[in-house]
Design a protein around this ligand. Structure first.
Ligand code: GAL
Length: 434
């Protein structure tokens, strides 16, 4: 080969390598802790998909990536996070990638029906019993969680945390200045917000975009029905078209009258922030809000207080973030390394104090967790447990999406009867009422 031809070939090769590297890079949000690693396509990398990009969420993930980078300095961590609370955007991107046969090595999936009724049902993830055996995880992962991540004796994910959904965050100063006690029942809550409204508090209850309306809705269902009847909604023993659900919808309808009119344009962070900034009295949000308040430098019990959503005292409405192994993962060994960190005590104790969640493992170091999280640990151990709808525990994707559509229609019509009949139909279409 002539010199000229050789140089042309080399130039072409360089171009191809550069283009390949650029393609890999576009999927990733480079993290500060990432090690300098080989270009995309090299076996020594792992692509992990989540929706933890925003306030309070990215910091938790980064803390776990840091542990990963210390343990596996030769594996490049590709942080393929897609913005948007509760995974609303990320899950659509993930679904498109799975459809196209281009799975990330590992992704965030909620324990419960989201995992079992979606990814396992579609045969998209690998069982991980071998990792549980190797790392002795069955001794430290809560017994109550294992059935939610298993099918036919196969365990399909590695839970990193437990979050609580039914938390009422409040601004202690607004309540004190107006002589309002923290409400424990839904009627007390209405009375408190009437008093605050009369005193000129513009936003008694802060709310954000539509998924946060679903989040509020599930807590009102629980607060009105109680844990047994709430659980019955998901196994067909409580009638969606019955009087209890009707009462829950009446309560929900009234609650919405206390919310901000710009809710649809606010993220969950925007809405929660109104409370710590003294612009709203209450907000109902999962305890990732606590991770955000910490990131904002706010002080527990001074800038924000917490209580179970009125009517739900003694019940812990939970969800669990877990990570899976893609079937056909492009970098299987590296993905197993990531999952090993996600399930480890060190990984979980780095991630959870920042994320605003408690470790899924039962042997977390309690001294690392703040006052709120210690109280969550105690409640998780002692309360009645029920699963979250918005965050994947009780309903599979198709049922949840039909409920979401019903909520969307109701939010514009405020027609309670139509809402209830759409909910009953959703259970017949996708749930246990079939
Ligand atoms: C949930 C997830 C939490 C948090 C929240 C807000 O679905 O489980 O970890 O990220 O969304 O984005």
């Amino acid at each position: 080969m002539s010199h000229k031809k050789l140089w042309s070939l080399l130039a072409l090769l360089t171009l191809v390598v550069t283009l390949l590297a650029a393609c890999g890079g576009s999927k990733a949000t480079p993290a500060p802790e990432q090690t300098q690693a080989p270009a995309s396509g090299d076996k020594n990398e792992v692509e992990v998909f989540s929706w933890w990009t925003g306030g309070g969420e990215a910091a938790g993930l980064q803390a776990m990536i840091k542990v990963f980078n210390q343990k596996y300095p030769d594996i490049k961590f590709i942080n393929a996070a897609v913005a948007g609370g509760a995974g609303t955007n990320a899950r659509a991107v993930l679904a498109a990638r799975l459809q196209a046969g281009d799975p990330p090595d590992s992704w965030q999936g909620h324990a419960g029906q989201e995992l079992i009724g979606t990814y396992v049902a579609a045969g998209q993830i690998e069982p991980l019993n071998f990792l549980y055996e190797k790392n002795g995880w069955l001794k430290v992962m809560p017994e109550k969680l294992i059935p939610l991540i298993s099918k036919d004796g196969k365990i399909y994910s590695v839970p990193v945390n437990i979050h609580r959904a039914n938390v009422l965050w409040y601004n202690p100063k607004i309540l004190k200045d107006n002589n309002v006690e923290v409400p424990t029942t839904i009627d007390e809550w209405f009375a408190a917000m009437d008093k605050l409204k009369a005193a000129g508090v513009e936003t008694p209850l802060a709310m954000g975009e539509q998924w946060t309306a679903m989040h509020l809705f599930e807590t009102v269902l629980l607060g009105t029905l109680g844990p047994d009847a709430y659980n019955g909604l998901w196994d067909g023993t409580t009638a969606w078209d019955g009087p209890e659900v009707h009462q829950a919808l009446v309560n929900y309808d009234k609650l919405l009258t206390y919310t901000n009119s710009d809710a649809t344009s606010l993220t969950w962070q925007d809405a929660s922030q109104l409370v710590v900034e003294g612009k709203a009295a209450f907000n109902v949000m999962g305890d990732w809000a606590e991770g955000y308040f910490q990131e904002l430098g706010k002080t527990p019990k001074v800038d924000y207080g917490w209580a179970p959503v009125p009517g739900t005292g003694g019940t812990f409405q939970f969800l669990s973030d877990s990570f899976v192994l893609a079937k056909g993962a492009p970098h299987r060994d590296a993905a197993i390394a990531w999952l090993t960190v996600a399930g480890s005590k060190e990984g979980q104790d780095a991630f959870n104090p920042v994320k605003g969640s408690i470790p899924a493992r039962s042997d977390g170091d309690r001294s690392l967790y703040d006052e709120y999280l210690k109280s969550a640990m105690d409640d998780w151990a002692s309360n009645t447990l029920v699963g979250s709808l918005t965050h994947g525990v009780v309903a599979n994707d198709s049922w949840k999406s039909e409920i979401d559509t019903a909520i969307g229609l109701y939010l514009s019509s405020h027609d309670i009867d139509q809402f209830q009949s759409a909910l009953a139909t959703a259970c017949k279409d996708s749930g246990p009422c079939q």
